[in-house]
Write a protein that binds this ligand. Structure first.
Ligand code: UDP
Length: 151
C-alpha cells in the first residue's frame, strides 16, 4: 500500500486550517498512519527542498517554513501519492483548481498551506526523512472494504 508525506505549513497553522485540511484527506478515504508537530531545521529544509537550493526565492521559503512548527503527516492508501497531489492543487495557489486545498484556501505561491510528495520515489524518501519507523502505525481500518470496494 502506498504512503505519502504531507506537511501542513506555517500558514495552515496561523490560519487555523489544520483541522480542515486533515478532514479533507480523512474524508477522501485516506488512512492516517503518522502525525506529529515539529520545527524544521535549516539542514532539514536544505535536504527537503534540495531542488530549490540556489533559487533566489529559497532563503524566503526557508524563513517562511520556520515561522512556526509544521505538522507532518503520513497518509496511506491505494494510489495515495497521486491522490493527495490532486487534492492539494498546483503550486501557485491562486490558480489552483477550485475544490483543491490550495484552490479553495490560498492565494500565494509561497504560502500555499501544504506540501505533499510528488512521486512514489520521492514519497518513500520523504516519509523516511520525517518519520522514524516506530512513528508510523499499522492498524485495521474498518471502513476499508467500503472505501475500496472493487478498487
Ligand atoms: N515556492 C516559492 N516560489 C516559487 C516556487 C516555489 O515560494 O517560485 C515555494 C512554495 O511554498 C512551494 C515550495 O517552494 O510549495 C516548493 O516548491 P515546489 O516547486 O517543490 O512546489 P510544490 O511541490 O510544493 O507544489
Amino acid at each position: 500500500m502506498e504512503r505519502t508525506l504531507v506537511l501542513l505549513k506555517p500558514d495552515a497553522i496561523q490560519r487555523d486550517l489544520v483541522g480542515d485540511i486533515i478532514s479533507r484527506l480523512e474524508h477522501k478515504g485516506l488512512k492516517l498512519v503518522g502525525l506529529k508537530m515539529m520545527r524544521l531545521s535549516s539542514a532539514l529544509l536544505d535536504e527537503h527542498y534540495s531542488h530549490l537550493v540556489g533559487k533566489d526565492f529559497f532563503p524566503e521559503v526557508k524563513s517562511f517554513m520556520q515561522l512556526t512548527p509544521v505538522i507532518a503527516c503520513c497518509w496511506q492508501g491505494t494510489d495515495c501519492v497521486n491522490t493527495v497531489r490532486a487534492l492539494c492543487g498546483i503550486t501557485k495557489a491562486r490558480e489552483a483548481a477550485p475544490g483543491t486545498i490550495r484552490g479553495e484556501f490560498a492565494m500565494s505561491v509561497q504560502a500555499n498551506l501544504i506540501h505533499c510528495s510528488d512521486s512514489l520515489e520521492t514519497a518513500e524518501v520523504e516519509v523516511k526523512r520525517f518519520f522514524k519507523a516506530e512513528e508510523l502505525f499499522e492498524y485495521e481500518d474498518i471502513l476499508e472494504r467500503y472505501i475500496y470496494s472493487s478498487r
